[in-house]
Design a protein around this ligand. Structure first.
Ligand code: BDR
Ligand code: CA
Length: 347
């Protein structure tokens, strides 16, 4: 046997061992379930490259109680009582909760009635569970918050070291091209602007999967039919949710259902589905028309002014370090193929 052949053999053996050792990504899903939240969870449950360490529930689309019930029903349907599901905050930090049954159905799950849960809620307070798990697996956990950022703000305020101890944080929220709750604000940020401002300024680099890319990633009737063709109970459930979302979208003039939360999960799994740009993002908490807007500084500086007699003048540019990777473009087809094929499974 030649030396070259032996070398090639041993190199391929090493790569086989390495491939076998690729660990699934540990994620915590913080969610306000929610129809598209449900689909984000379905994607994670069908992703062998993901290990869901916990689901923490935040009020948003539905109340905290309904959200916990929905999460428990879904993990029960999936036979995954091994995944801790913990309730968290009961309301936003500084305002009353705004629920969204108009978009998500009276139960938040597109009026799809799942059987009563057999899984039980974890006794931890959601933000404390996040802290415990991030400390248990330093630099390994990717946080995927897809609701208002209340739980994450509480966690990182209590334990600021989380900002350096997580592997990554991929949020669904915000927009640099107008809102869906108001002209300026996206719903998750609008539902708790103070929490969002804490999270963007916690010291980590937030991957922001906002409306800019979610609105280009549409589930259609064809995808729903594809999901419904699978005999898997979770694919059937996903198809029912998808059907509700597509028909609700159509009612309000949309061509399909925006895959906001599933796309955030998709980005956590495969960052290549989006293009990002580093920016400085702050959340407007005051504005009469702009409360909840994610204000993105594309230039990386603000002008600095000094008083000169009776007026101010610019004396220099003040550099602003980026705190967010803002998703500015998406490959919808690549994401939707992954989404449908994973949930549907092999024929
Ligand atoms: C976000 O708001 C919620 O209604 C959805 O679940 C998603 O997280 C979109 O703006
Ligand atoms: Ca959500």
């Amino acid at each position: 046997m030649s030396l070259r052949f032996l070398l090639a053999l041993s190199l391929s053996a090493v790569s086989v061992v390495c491939a076998a050792q690729v660990m699934p990504k540990r994620i915590i899903l913080d969610t306000d379930p929610g129809t598209d939240d449900a689909l984000a969870l379905m994607l994670a449950l069908h992703s062998p490259d993901v290990k869901i360490e916990a689901i923490t529930v935040v009020p948003g689309n539905v109340t905290a109680e309904q959200g916990l019930e929905n999460a428990l029903r879904m993990v029960s349907l999936a036979n995954r009582c091994d995944i801790p599901v913990a309730g968290g905050a009961k309301h936003p930090l500084n305002q009353k909760l705004i629920t969204a049954e108009m978009w998500h159905g009276r139960n938040g799950l597109g009026n799809v009635e799942l059987p009563s849960p057999k899984c039980k809620a974890d006794a931890h307070f959601g933000p404390d569970l996040i802290i415990e798990l991030v400390r248990k697996y330093p630099h390994e956990i990717t946080l995927v918050p897809v609701g208002p950022l209340t739980n994450i703000a509480l966690a990182v305020s209590k334990d600021p070291a989380l900002a350096t101890l997580v592997k990554d944080i991929v949020i669904m929220g915000g927009s640099i091209s107008g809102g869906n709750s108001t002209g300026a604000a996206e719903a998750n940020i609008f539902n708790d602007p103070e929490a969002a401002q804490i999270v963007f300024n916690a010291g980590w680099t937030v991957t922001m999967v906002g409306l800019d890319v979610g609105n280009k990633t549409l589930l259609t009737d064809e995808h729903v039919r594809d999901l419904a063709s699978s005999p898997r109970p979770l694919a059937q459930f996903s198809a029912q949710i998808g059907k509700f979302m597509v028909s609700t979208g159509k009612k309000y003039g949309m061509e399909g259902a925006a895959m906001y939360d599933p796309l955030a999960m998709g980005v956590a799994i495969d960052p290549g589905v989006v293009t990002t740009r580093l920016m400085r993002v702050d959340v407007e908490t005051q504005g009469q028309f702009t409360r909840g807007e994610t204000v993105a500084n594309r230039e990386g500086y603000n002008e600095h002014y000094v008083l000169e007699g009776d007026h101010y003048t610019i004396d220099r540019l003040e550099k602003l370090p980026a705190n967010a990777r803002v998703c500015v473009d998406v490959k919808p087809q690549r994401f939707l193929d992954m989404f449908v094929s994973r949930i549907k499974g092999k024929p």
